[in-house]
Design a protein around this ligand. Structure first.
Ligand code: TXA
Ligand code: MG
Length: 332
């Protein structure tokens, strides 16, 4: 199959909506990362997503809709969900709700819940509106690869497997949506993102976080099989220039090709230095892009840890630790 990259236009949306209606796959931009979409009412179409990505079938897929009013067609809206919808949708948040209605079981095998998201990106919403269907879409990368933040990344991973990629340029946020279980009386964050625990608490009065602790990066690891570049990768949990330099230098001296993703312009002979950005938001929007750039010319990539701790810093740190496969270097 030939994969075409299309500029967003009415004609593109019509062409791509036809593919979706016929049970095919289309990749499209969102404000977080690119998604790989299929008709969420069609089990055979959703199965193609798992095949194209090489994704384990017990990992549920998020359903994307264009308007808040559509959510009640597919899920039960709890009191908590109502508040979160009003505050943050459309936006980079996914609500896990009790499923009702017609979403096919392949979207969340074995679960009685479904994750629902309304993207903020107008290209995503116009495309979904044109489909007149709920769109099941995980990130449009091969399973375990860094999430795609440009059309070229999707082509790299899924070229030949899907007919169309809608090109929306670089994704603004660059890390995936915050996933919140809104089925109970207290919202529970299942994945950190742009919408932070503090933002959710300010709307709901309370919040819990349910996953590995982002501020205890020491555990190395087998359970981290997300977002990894094609070469070795490690997180440097320090902002001390001398220490960072020492870590990088040691690898350069072994004759290895070394890249450093960092927050300040280091002069580092023998290593390639990439600027993550001036703050954590810029760094998030550049992280996966830079990993995919640096891996092409590196034996090892070092990432300088997010600045500070708490709130959005933890969201960014979570992706950095996973990209590093749990390899975290701290000052002695
Ligand atoms: O920003 C995003 O969320 C992107 C864009 C394309 O919307 N999508 C994305 O999808 O990151 P994916 O498949 O890479 O991640 C979906 C996450 C997984 O961690 C999955 O376990 C969780 O959402 N999830 C989805 N449905 C769920 C459910 N019913 N219960 C619990 N977790 C769920
Ligand atoms: Mg993903």
């Amino acid at each position: 199959m030939n994969t075409e990259i299309l500029n967003p236009s009415k004609e593109t949306y019509e062409k791509c909506a036809l593919v979706i209606k016929e049970g095919g796959l289309v990749a499209f931009p969102t404000e977080t990362v690119y998604g790989l979409g299929a008709n969420a009412l069609n089990g055979a179409a959703v199965k193609k997503i798992y095949e194209a990505k090489g994704r384990p079938q017990d990992n549920p897929i998020i359903v994307h809709v264009a308007e808040r009013g559509e959510i009640s067609d597919y899920a039960e809206i709890s009191q908590i969900a109502k508040k979160l919808m009003e505050a943050f949708m459309p936006g980079p948040i996914t609500l896990v709700l009790k499923r009702s209605g017609r979403i096919c079981p392949e979207v969340s095998y074995g679960l009685d819940t479904v994750g629902i998201r309304i993207p903020l990106n107008p290209i995503a919403r116009d495309f979904i509106k044109e489909c007149r269907l709920p769109i099941a879409a995980p990130s449009a990368n091969s399973s375990t690869r860094p999430s795609p933040t440009e059309a070229a990344h999707v082509l790299e991973d899924l070229g030949g497997k899907i007919p169309y990629i809608i090109d929306g340029g670089r994704c603004q946020i660059g890390i995936e949506s915050t996933v919140v279980d809104a089925t109970g009386n207290t919202p529970v964050i299942l994945r950190l993102g742009k919408i932070t625990p503090g933002m959710i608490r300010s709307v709901c009065g309370d919040v819990r976080i349910s996953f590995e602790q982002p501020d205890k990066p020491a555990s190395p690891g087998t359970k981290y099989i997300h977002y990894t570049p094609a070469c070795e990768c490690a997180l440097i949990d320090s902002h001390e220039p001398k220490f960072i330099e020492q870590v990088v230098r040691a690898e350069v001296e072994k004759g290895r090709k070394v890249s450093l993703l960092c927050f300040s312009q280091f002069e580092m002979e023998g290593a390639s230095v990439y600027l993550l950005g001036n703050d954590n938001f810029e760094a998030a929007s550049n992280l996966f892009y830079l990993l995919r750039l640096a891996e092409k010319n590196s034996d090892i990539i070092f990432i300088e840890a997010a600045m500070g701790r708490g709130e959005f810093a933890d969201s960014l740190l979570n992706r950095m630790i996973k990209s590093a496969g749990g390899n975290v270097i701290t000052e002695p």
